[in-house]
Design a protein around this ligand. Structure first.
Ligand code: MLT
Length: 323
């Protein structure tokens, strides 16, 4: 009997070891919690390619939308921690959401294994191309005068476009009508068509449209102008110095990965951040490639904790002040 138990334990240990050694044995799902074509989706697909090469299995993007990105992230948090489900979260889902989304079914700081930071992304205030203001000051005056007749697009409560949007609204004292989309990809279509008036969104989504003249940018919410958009003034230059916000994207897995599996995923993100094609594309779109001290799980965990701590009081008071 003892011999049988020993053989059984040995077999179990060997198979477990073998599973971790040969991970991944099948494609990996990368949940993107917003609609295809938006900033999160674009960044995810850029890094999925070199991650697939590093892992030797296809990283397949699955768009799981709704509820400001929390539907997809909740799905990811509840997935088996086996390395076959990962997700792209960001400053909204893993920073702003706790302050804005009632009944959040995950905790950004404890429900996940952080895998790797994908980089900071500047935020811009952009409008339909025939919005009747020639500069940021005029834009703010027009939005104030328009009140609820002005439509502001966002990707759901707690998303980047929602949280940075309501912060803008509270700082300038405007109360537009908020229009929800499953991502700022679809929102961009309506902005280009003039169906909505403005939004706060990430440079990776709005940059190409600004360059193409299909929408207009009034300001970028970073201390310095973006190299790819040299004519867009900073919010400080344009008269709103207090509005400096940046988004960021990162890869997470459900909590509890085997150490070997986590190490392979961390290495795959690092490979993506060192891949010349991926980094060229991300840089062209205006996403900042993480510096060495921003990389790896520990740095990402610290970022999530600091972002939740930073955004919770700011956004709670922003929402209260704009009631
Ligand atoms: C958001 O948080 O606004 C999202 O990034 C939008 C998107 O990726 O579609």
């Amino acid at each position: 009997m003892k011999r049988a138990i020993a053989i059984g334990v040995l077999a179990a240990l060997t198979s477990f070891g073998a599973a971790a050694d040969t991970y991944p044995q099948r494609p990996i799902t990368m949940i993107v919690p917003f609609a295809a074509g938006g900033p999160t989706d674009v960044v995810a697909r850029i890094v999925a390619e070199p991650m697939s090469r590093a892992l030797g299995q296809q990283v397949v993007v699955e768009n799981v939308t709704g509820a400001g990105g929390t539907t997809g992230i909740t799905r990811g948090a509840q997935a088996a921690p086996d390395g076959y489900t990962i997700m792209v979260g960001h400053m909204g889902t893993h920073g702003a959401a706790p302050a804005l989304f009632k009944g959040l079914k995950y905790d950004p700081a404890t429900s996940f294994d952080p895998i790797g930071f994908l980089g900071g992304v500047p935020i811009l205030i952009v409008a339909k191309k025939d919005f009747p203001a020639k500069d940021f000051k005029g834009f703010i005056e027009a939005v104030k005068a328009g009140g609820p007749k002005i439509n502001q697009a966002h990707a759901g409560v707690g998303s980047v476009s929602h949280s940075t949007g309501v912060l803008f609204d509270s700082q300038v004292g405007v109360k537009p009508t908020l229009v929800t989309y499953r991502g700022t990809g679809p929102a961009m279509n309506d902005l280009m068509a003039g169906q909505v008036d403005f939004m706060a969104d990430q440079i990776v989504n709005v940059g190409p449209q600004i360059a193409g003249g299909t929408i207009k940018a009034y300001a970028i919410a970073t201390p310095e102008r973006a190299p790819s958009l040299p004519d867009v003034p900073t919010t400080k230059e344009a008269g709103l110095p207090g509005y400096e916000v940046s988004a960021w994207n990162a890869v997470f897995a459900p909590k509890g990965l085997p150490a070997d599996v986590k190490a392979k995923l961390v290495a795959a993100v690092e490979a993506a951040l060192n891949d010349p094609i991926a980094t060229k594309r991300l840089t062209e779109l205006g996403s900042n490639i993480p510096k060495a001290d921003e990389r790896g799980p520990a740095a990402l965990q610290k970022l999530v904790e600091s972002e939740v701590a930073r955004w919770t009081p700011v956004l709670r008071s922003a929402v209260e002040s704009n009631q």
